[in-house]
Design a protein around this ligand. Sequence first.
Ligand code: ATP
Length: 310
Amino acid sequence: MSTAIPSAAGAATAPRVASTAIPSIERAPVETAAGAAASALAPHPAPLVSVRDLRVRYTDDGPLILDGASLELFPGETVALLGSSGSGKSTLMKSLTGFAPISGGSATVAGTDMTRVRRGQLREVRASVGQVFQQFNLVGRLSVLTNVLAGALHGAGPINLVGGFSSAHRRRALALLDRVGIAHKAGAQARELSGGQQQRVAIARALMQSPQLILADEPVASLDPKMSHSVLELLQQIAREDGIPVLVSLHVLPLALQHSDRIVGLRHGQMVISDRTEDLDADQLALLYDAHDEHLEGGADTSGRAEVAA
Ligand SMILES: Nc1ncnc2c1ncn2[C@@H]1O[C@H](COP(=O)(O)OP(=O)(O)OP(=O)(O)O)[C@@H](O)[C@H]1O
């Protein structure tokens, strides 16, 4: 079993560039002498999210929940966030939207410095981040279409609310439902849908915000394996087609290996893995988990993890 940790904190690897990525004039890394001239001139995407040596504690005298995490998210890539329960995955995501207090280091999201963000800026950041959760967070008694339309309320002022949703909003919401494959359910109550369908509604709602970034916190933890694959495939497709980063926390290693371009791994609040998915092997990923961790055990829920960790 390999004991090498492929890439230490702060050494985030630049991903392959999506065709829709917004180029900047930053200098590309030079990999070979022969390619130096071409690389130096090639456009290189700027990270949408840049986190350096991030430290988070929820209370002044409480423990450090994140202790030196570093991460970059580039346009068009899907990054799987792995780590045991309590390693700080949700906290990292919350720190990107101002829901977890940053006590040290730096975090920039879409150009906003999250360590000194003002209230108005925070609203803008939250409006630009589409969020997807394990429990879908839909309003069950409302129609699927209305749930998607609710995405347009992010960042909307009172004037938008008074007038209700415009026909343009409705057309867009329907187009998004079509994109995620459930336009035929637009009029149904959200609670009538299966888990996989509800998660697609939640993704359409996130897209309604025209997000610059999608954070998906365990989006498939309540879904069966088939639905899990299909939802993660959809998220990866959105990242590529729309040229936005998707950060998705997962507990099942095979899903992460199959549906991400890059994997970052947290262990006890520290970023111990950050590398391209194709460069990682199961032994390296198993280092994220303690020997007694459920990820290394068999059983119905963990068989996939055991398969990878074996
Ligand atoms: N609001 C909070 N106040 C105090 N401690 C918190 C708060 N939220 C999370 N924590 C603590 O921070 C640690 C990391 O929690 P977090 O939810 O980020 O982990 P996680 O890796 O997402 O876990 P899981 O996989 O179980 O969702 C845990 O010890 C948790 O108890």
